[in-house]
Structures are given as structure tokens and as C-alpha cells.
Design a protein around this ligand. Sequence first.
Ligand code: BYC
Length: 474
Amino acid sequence: MGIDYQSRIPNNVSLDSNKTLQRALEHWQPAFLNWWSEMGPTDFQATDVYLRTATSVDTKGWATYGYVRMPEYRWGIFLAEPDADRRVGFGDDYGKDVWQQVPGEFRSVLRRLIVTQGDTEPASVEQQRMLGHTAPSLFDLRNLFQVNVEEGRHLWAMVYLLHAYFGRDGREEAEQLLARHSGSVDNPRILGTFNEPITDWLSFFMFTYFTDRDGKYQLKSLAESSFDPLARTCTFMLTEEAHHMAVGETGIGRIVRRTLEVMKELNSDDPDAIKRAGAIDFQTLQRYLNFWFSSSLDLFGAESSSNAASYFATGIKGRPDEAKYADHLAIDGTYDVAVPDGRGGVKIEHVPMRNAMNEAVRASYVKDCERGMVRWNRAIETAGFDVRLTLPSTRFRRAIGAWGGVPTDPAGTPISQAEFEANRERWLPSESDRAFVRSLMQLVTEPGKVAGWIAQPDRGINKQSPDYEYVRLN
Ligand code: BYC
């Protein structure tokens, strides 16, 4: 069956006149829909959801709202408008023309980066597939599905690049993006975080706060790429990513607000009393935060990385907002990185700047993550309680890089494995934490109502009120 390209796949890549791309997508689109029905959100496929769809890249078209059934969502292909004068912004070829085609010598490395980026998108949809059954409100249910369809579109964005620029191996890689599955023993997703289960909404909000924010930094780094189609694709994806992080930030903020209400009612900060009252105590919240922050830190790669140095030197992957730096070559200078000294202590290594790109970007990410802590702690302080939420050290519970597998406490002090194990349940979600959080999860379907463990949203979507019927369940 042929595809009506104009109406089915909104795009600004001249799909109508590109026969090769049409042929590739004709095979891939049914496979994608099949994946969506098998691995995407369970149920709710015949449900009308108030979703935004990108129909063009201008301010009018990038967010068109209306009721849509998810399988009928128009997953489009969009690149930010070209800049005819765009030049290589960093590395050895600084100032030369950007590339409209893939240079032969960078083909496999670019493909690998695009595949790694692409792999995370369907992975997150798979991780979140059960959450619809326990959404705390129709507003949240709608946001979950918005995030899911847009991650689907981000997959399309990477598949477009693979199909349009990488020929047969690109088509094979695109198929593999639907064949790997989150958490699969035989064929897992590429990066660790994307194999972690997300079976409750506290994890979902932590994931959208911390892991989608890694997405922001990685997309910003790729938006600097000298491979112009990749840069333009990622630039447009960033417009959608902002909402995903906002879902996380407001979600956690609403949990904090509700917990504070319960603490005031009880006039107590006793975690057990708060739990008995059906809210999430700050100790449990902190353990979830420790888990998702540390997992997301791994997504930046090792502190000292020859891969990162070569991406930078060759102009393949830059730093977020490269233009704000004075020096775009980064040949001179070093970056101080704290690493284990092998004797239970810490030493400072002076890593050449290009090799330290992962660490430099991770440092900006950590600062960005802090903003939420400041906001939530202000709310806790205003309510008159002493507890504070904190980001653990970047050395804590790492699996990748110099601190990978090195036990530390949340402050980053190296400790023995035995001490780590003895404290694991104080620092990370335990089985009983997870069981407790799961016990709170229940679907609330009345417009304007929310579950007891989270506060009402401050505002709705697209200027609608919070009690708008964001999902029509019947
Ligand atoms: N788990 O030299 P190194 C998003 C591997 S999120 C498992 O330090 P490099 C989203 C690494 O692949 C953003 N393996 O790494 C969010 C390498 O393997 P090989 C996704 C890991 O290359 C929410 C080895 O360790 N985008 O968009 O400098 C919802 C040595 O690595 C991990 C991207 O990631 C890990 N965490 O940097 C939906 C951008 N970390 O080659 C979506 C594309 C590292 O030795 N990817 N390894 O087999 C990249 O730029 C780079 O691949 C990385 C790693 C930054 C991930």
C-alpha cells in the first residue's frame, strides 16, 4: 500500500520528490507502526488524546493542538531552516564549509552517533509503556503520551538521516532501532539508563527531569555538528525536548508541594507518618533522585575520552552553545578531573581539553540540574521544614568512566564495597520503597482530579485549564 506523503508524513525534506527516501520509508513506516502497537503504550490506542503535532518548523506550525489517536499521529520529518553561510564552528577545520553530505572518512563514526541517539528514543517509549494505567490525572496521561509520540518522532528524525545519507547500512541500522528492546537480555538498548524499568510515575518524573536533560545536552552538542543535516535535525528536536523536561520539573515540584501539604496537616516530618497519609516522603524522593541522577551522569561517557577528543577535532560533535566559547580549537589547556588514586583516595588529573569534553559538558549539565533543587528546596524552606533535596556527588554510583564501579558515599568519598552495601537502602530505592511507591499509583480519570500523592498542576496545556478533558477515555 502506497503512502500519501503530504498528509501522512508532514515534512520539510521534499519527501514528495525523493523516490529513494520514499522507498526506504515505505518499508520502515509499517515496521514502525507494528513496533508502536507491540512495544508502545499498552492500550489507549483508540483513545482521543489532546496532542500537539509538528506540521512545519515555523512558529505557527511546530505545535498544532487537537485530539488524535496515537496510531494516527502524524510523525513528521523536520529540520530547522538552513543557514546558507553556516561554517564549521570548532575543531581542526574551524571556519571551513559545513558538510551537506557525509565525508567518507567519518561515515562509520557519524552513523554510530546517530544510531546511539536514535536508540534512546524508542527505548524511552518502551520503558514507559505501562504507565498509562496508573496516571495520576488526565493531564498527566496526556503529557505521558505527548512525550511518547514525540520520542517516536525523534526516532523518525534519526531514521531519516540513516535513510537519506547512509544507504544500505543506514537502512539496516534503522531496522535494528526497532529490534533492540529496553531491558532485553539478548538485544538490549545501547546505553545503560535506557534499560532501566520505569514502572511508576515518580521514576517517570525523575527520568524526564534528569535523563531528558541529558538529551538536551547531547542534542545541543550534535546541533553544533559540521554535518549540517544532523545539526538542523537536532536543533528542531530541541524545541520539543523542552516540554519533556518541563513535565519532569513540574511533576517533581507537584510531588514536593503535596508532600509539604501532608506534612503541614500532620505537623510532622516523620517519613512513616507521611507514607501512611499517602504522600511520598522526602527520603524516598531523595533515593529516587540519587538513582536517576547517577544513571543519567553515565550518559555523558568517560571523563577522559579519546572518542570525545576526536569528535571535537574532526568537527563531528561540539559543545552545547559552542558560540559562547572564546576558543573554538581547544588545543591548549587542560581540565582538572578528580579520579580515584587507586588507594582509596582521590587525585586530580590534568586532562587535555579536547579529551575532557564529556566532563566539561557533564559539569554544565550538573549546574542545570541544580536549578530544580533550588526551586524545590525554597518551597520546603518556605513551608518551615528542615529537610533539603541534594544532588549526590558525580562520583556516586557510577558505572561508566573513572568512577565506574568505585564505591563512594553520596558526598563522593570513596568507601569500601561492604560499607556501600550496608548503606544501599539508605541511599538508593529499596524493594520496599518501590513497593510503597507502586502502591500509590492509581489511574484517576475524572477531569480536574488528581491522585492523592501529587498536587494539581498550576496551569494546563496550550492555555486550556488544568481540568480540561485532555484524554477522552470512552
Ligand atoms: N551506557 O569514550 P566514552 C536522549 C560506552 S538522551 C553504556 O566515554 P563517548 C533521550 C560508549 O558508547 C541522549 N555504554 O564515550 C533522553 C563507548 O562504547 P564503545 C542520547 C556507555 O563515545 C530521554 C564506551 O562506553 N544521545 O536523547 O565519548 C528520552 C567508552 O565511552 C555509556 C547521545 O548519547 C552508557 N551510559 O561518549 C529520550 C548522543 N556511556 O564505543 C531520549 C550520542 C558510554 O567503546 N552518543 N558508553 O563500544 C554519544 O555522543 C556518545 O556515544 C556518548 C558516549 C556520549 C554516549
